[in-house]
Structures are given as C-alpha cells and as structure tokens.
Design a protein around this ligand. Sequence first.
Ligand SMILES: Cc1ncc(COP(=O)(O)O)c(C=O)c1O
Length: 426
Amino acid sequence: MTKKLSSSPKSLRTKAIHGEAQSKSWEFSHHLIPPMTASTTFRLESLQRGAEGFSTFAADQKSEKPIWIYDRLEEPTTKMLEDQLALLERGECAVTFGSGMGAIASTLLSLLKANQKVVAHKTLYGCTYSLITNWMPRFNIQNSLIDINDFTKLEQELKDPTTRVVYFESVSNPILEIADLEKIAALVKKANLKRAKDNQIYTVVDNTFATPWALRPIEWGIDFVIQSLTKNISGFGTEMGGAVIAPKEHEGNLRVARKDFGAIIHPYSAWHILVYGISTQAIRFEQQQDSAMKIATYLEKHPKVERVIYPGLKSHHQFKQAKKYLQSPEGKFAPGTMISFQLKGPMKKCQKFVDDIAQNSYSITLAVSLGLTKTLIEVPGFMTHSAIPSDKRGESGIDPRAIRLSIGLENANDIIQDLETALSRV
Ligand SMILES: Cc1ncc(COP(=O)(O)O)c(C=O)c1O
C-alpha cells in the first residue's frame, strides 16, 4: 500500500506528519540486523483488516500475514526475540514482558484462580516470594511453601485438589540449590493422570540463574520456563525484560494476560536483547563461568571464609545433581556464574567486608542484579530478599551473613585481588 503525498495538495503541516509514503523497508529479510521498530500503533488499510486483527489476536488460527495493531498486543521486534527465546529454551513458543516479575506475575495469574493453590519452593527471589505470599492471597490464591526436593511432602501437596501450580527456581536464588526437575515433573505427571483435562497441575520454573546455556527445563518435562531477560540474557545492564516459554496451547492466554495487565517490553529493549544479548550470551556465560570456578576455588581455601556455595565445587551438597542438570547445549558441565559465600564471624564482619568492597574495589561493585559484564556483590538477606519477613528467612535457608557474588567479564585475577585486599582488612 502506497499513499502518494508529494503531489497531494495538503499543507506542509500535514505533510510533515505523514511524510511521502509507506516504505518497503518493512520487509526486513534482506537486513543483516533486523531494524528496530518503534511505533505504538499500526496503519490498517481497511476496517475489515482491523476487525480481523482484533478477532484473530491471540487466536490459534492466524491470518498468514501478521496484522499488527498496537504495541501492547504484539509488534515485530518483540516477536523476533520471542522466536529466539523459544528456540534456545526448546519450547513451543515464548511471550515476553517488561521485566522478569512481569513474566512471573502474568504467568501465575493466568494459570491460577481464586480458591486454587500454588505449591512453591521455600527459597525464592524476594519479589516472587512477596507476589506469592502478599499479593496472591488478596485474590484468594493460596500457597504452600515447601522443600521442592522433599518428594514425600510434594506428593502430599499434589493430592490436594486445590493445587494447580508447582513453582520453583531451577537454581535457587540466593543459595544455589539445584531442583530435581526430572523427578518433580514425573510426580506432577503422575498426579495429573487422576485429574480432569481442565484441572491439570502445571510446573513453572524460573531458569534465570542457569539461563538456557546451562539448563533447559522443558527437556526434563517442565511446562513453563521463566527468564528475567534483565540478567544474563541481556547481559550488559542496560535493558529490563522477562519471558515465559510455554506450550503453544497457552500462548493465546498469555498474550491476552500481557495485553490486559500491560506488562509489555519496550521494542527498544527487545531489539537490544535480541541483537546484542542473545547473540553473545554463550560466550559471556562461559567466560564468566570459568572465572566463577577460579574465584569459588580461591574463596573455599581462604581461612577467613566459612562456607562457599558454587555448583561447580565438589563440596556443593548436590554436586551430582548439578552435573546431571547443568549442561551446556554442547554437553559441557555448566555450573554458572553465581557464587554464594559467607565469612567466619558475626554480621559486623560481613558488613565491614562488603562496605570495604563498595568503597575501595575497582572490579567489584555493590549492586543488585546479576549476569552482567561487571562483577556485582550484594547481601541478599538485607537487599534482594528483604521482602521475606526476617522470621521466615531462616526457613528459606537465607543466612543474614550470606554474600552473593555475580561474576562479570573482568580478569578473574583482578577480582581475586580485590577480594583478597578486602579480606585482609576484616
Ligand atoms: C531468579 C530471579 N527471578 C526473577 C527476577 C526478577 O527479574 P526482573 O528484575 O527482571 O523483574 C530476579 C531478579 O533479580 C531473579 O533473581
């Protein structure tokens, strides 16, 4: 469709708004890099096409040529990012959101109704914990927080007719426990045999710490996978985003949830995650992981360090399970880029050490978030997980002195040197 305006008698004011014509550059198959789209709304050439767009949005049967209507419904850049995410996570489709929390909230609220229950692992990212324990009960959606690797307890919960979702993190934030995905998926499948088709229990796994480069939960029988794209997948600390990778039959429902809850990702962020993040994720992850292994080994030997948790260390209490699940798509052990550790002595030692890093370290920054090019340190009990009431943090396995270290792309020896300097002063 071309609208020839150069010969039109319309005023310059109007021409300044409409330009010359539509461009053929919408066809981007010849671009090496896809163009970034930035249009909140889309031109529809007839009412019939507009009506078709609305009536087929989120439907199983789509017209061959996509009908773009409005950013909050769907748009081309985001769609390309979604296709890549589905590919990486080995899922049937992906739906992106404005943040990881947008993805988690929209997924849970699209799967659960009042008087139903989510069974979740007791250790969760602080905002997920708050969503499940503070917000969802307001809509009469209940929860049971259990040890997801306690299969007797899990089986009991699966017998409860109100249970509808089993939720956990594949590698838990912040204490890096590894969930037994295969076993959990098998128990849920067994429980589902006794349930009606419209009352099945779904497994939803937050795979942010592992990323698809270390673990693909769908291969182990999990239904829904969450990613905070803000972290390793975007990787540079410039974009926020989230995604759920889901069975195709749920795509429509998730898209309607995103439309109505409004948690969309900006196409600018989607473009950066697609072009810079996804294409460099493997190489960043592997480099950061190599450094994480060196740093965890250094910390474990340090006389002032009480405990180090890193899935790549033989001392990790689930080392065998880590080796089973944390594998790159190329079959290499992939224990990840995150370390948790604590110092000997009281909280004030931990505080002194972290403050020293914050004020004097060049290569380590006191900041939340993870998986970025820069190494970040934080204390979950007082920062990312502070939404968990202090009397519940023990139940969640979060020691107030535990320190979380997300390894970046700096030279590993520089990071070790900065840790050594701060440790020598406590
Ligand atoms: C494991 C995990 N899941 C989800 C989130 C939420 O992601 P976002 O900050 O993109 O909303 C975070 C944030 O730190 C996280 O650590």
